[in-house]
Design a protein around this ligand. Sequence first.
Ligand code: ATP
Ligand code: MG
Length: 402
Amino acid sequence: MKPSGRLDVVPWAKDAAVHTLFDALVGAGIAARFVGGCVRNSVLERRIEDYDLAVDKPPETVLQSLKARRMTVVPTGLKHGTVTAVIEGRPFELTTLRRDVETDGRRAIVAFTDDWLEDASRRDFTFNALYADLDGTLYDPFDGRRDLADARVRFIGDADTRIAEDRLRVLRFFRFHAWYGKPPFDPASFDACRRNAGTLRGLSGERVRKELLRLLEAPAPADTIAAMVEAAILDQWLPECVGAARLRELIAREDKPDALRRLASILPTGADATAIGKRLKLSTQESLRLEVMLAPEPAIDVAGGPKAWRAGIYRLGNGLYADRLLLATTAAGDWQAALATARGWTPPELPVSGGDALKLGLKPGPKVGALIEEVERWWIDGDFTADRAACLAELERRVKAP
Ligand code: ATP
Ligand code: MG
């Protein structure tokens, strides 16, 4: 693989941990290059999440060589060729050059190689096969930089073939388009995705979930989602999807992007959050949050003003109230002020409890809870102004009431 240019800015040039890592690798006779997202984002001078490297020796060799140099190395995926070096608390993924031996559309059996071009050829998109040396020398075997500059996501090689090897690449195509693309789509790549839209069923929920949420995290994913709906890409994994109209409104309003909330915005109110959560392998907590975001009740009363906002925040909790508010795009009223309240106001705790009712002579039983709930409603109706003494008096009045 021949060099083709240099990075203008080498983000890791003065990174001590990177130099420590390369000193060790070079000392052990291992050639390493940055690859994938970190090089792509270096070219664009965008923020880099973490450093992934490709290495030309088998994972056991990398593991032993770095251990022999007293470095912390974790065998995170020996079978797939990956070990993780941890330097100054930061993880560096080192993956041995690979080629596919067998693919079935879902997962690949790989063999290790020392051929950089072979490794590049099994990657998905041209700009994901960019490599860089420590000194910033670039390797760009498929003209990925031109595609990046033109904001075009393009499969390496024949798109249908590459999708047949791993059907997740259809979703990755749209994920990377949302982050790095602009219209129009590369026609050959898009047409292949459309043709293969009906073949995504066998993928694992975890992989689909990761791509979908990553896509939704992009700065402005609404057009991409709309194109996916149009091309029936989501029919197998998210048939409930109603399109991107509400997502657009949500993005215009949201104070910070949130993938799960954006997911809720492309689903209809009342959709089965549990089923969707199961399908996409959401955690119990994520599923419950999705359920509240999709629930028709309680309606968010934006027009009701501060008192109604505080009552809603008390009932739902600050985070879920903000979610529901941001998703309630048709509600009239000062939603910005409501959102500021959801972000800034801490709901008080009800100043009385069941114990107080017992002290007033009530016998333990369901009556106690019911009475406390009555006082709570009264306290909320009064906009939380009643203090403990006032709440106790109200409780007593109700205990003694005929
Ligand atoms: P991000 O910034 O989102 O992490 P990334 O490019 O690092 O972007 P990953 O999903 O972490 O994306 O994958 C790392 C690299 O591995 C990709 O750049 C690509 O070269 C390769 N890759 C990952 N998944 C696939 C796949 N399904 N098919 C082919 N190549 C893939
Ligand atoms: Mg990555």
